[in-house]
Design a protein around this ligand. Sequence first.
Ligand SMILES: [Mn+2]
Length: 323
Amino acid sequence: MFPIVQYRDEFKVLLNKYKKITVLSHINPDPDAIGTALGVYIWLKEQKFHVEIANITEDIPRSLDFLPSFSKIKKRIDFEDSLIIACDCGSIDRLGFQLDGREIINIDHHATNSYFATLNIIDPEAVSSSEVAYHLLKDIYPISKESAVAFYVALASDTRNFTTNNMHQGIFNLASELTSIGVDIVEVSQKMLHRRSLASLRILGVAINSLELKCDAKIAVLKISQENLKQTGAKYSDLDGVVDYAKSLATVEIALMLVERKKDIKVSIRSKTIDISKLATHFGGGGHNVAGGFEVSNTDLDGLSDIIVNYIQKGGLLHETKI
Ligand SMILES: [Mn+2]
């Protein structure tokens, strides 16, 4: 069990030292990043803190616009001397803002977190950052329904609706606690699952068409080009969860999705049981045991795919002890 109580006092001291607080989450945010940040933001606001919420990304996922206070998320930081709370962010560069000289509280669950903050509250066993945030906050002041909705969506998303292999009974207890605060699970599930954009479905089709199988079909590779994104009108956030379709194949142990962006290629890695965090860090990225990613510039989709598959093969990753 993560000793969250050890962090609570220091957390309270830091909060009370500052008049203003800025809540941030990582660039190209997923629902855990946005949900955790919103849950923390709403909780602070309810306690009358002077608080703002920002994310530097141009297009944050619009599909999350049903979350309370979603419209409050700005692209810039207005407070000059605020305390920063970073949510779901493994390294400081992924916040994207100039934060020199700022005190930071880092709430996260990435095993590869670089402990960049004044106070690092990192639980790599937690299934979502919202799990860490909820346990941190709930005994200081009560969690409202609005905060609970944001934390629940973050939790349901990072566990792919309670199906990932880090799931355990305690997470159903947590979901149950959030529900008893007032989360309407039917309404939230409908909003999470049944409001897809057409572009996201089209890009899913393109991704699945690009599927290649390597190493006796143990590795699956999906490739998305800039052209694919342009033709479908898909945004990067429309690709959230696409790599899981490749992982779902019976033979596949490791699934890779390579997305060509303007300045680099982003690689998402998922595995069923093989620890891929070494693979992610080898290429300068990070993540969890069975989910991670990295970015590489000055390369092309086919070339990079070969390099990664080679690395997996030569490094014997497919034969490694499973977690
Ligand atoms: Mn997360």
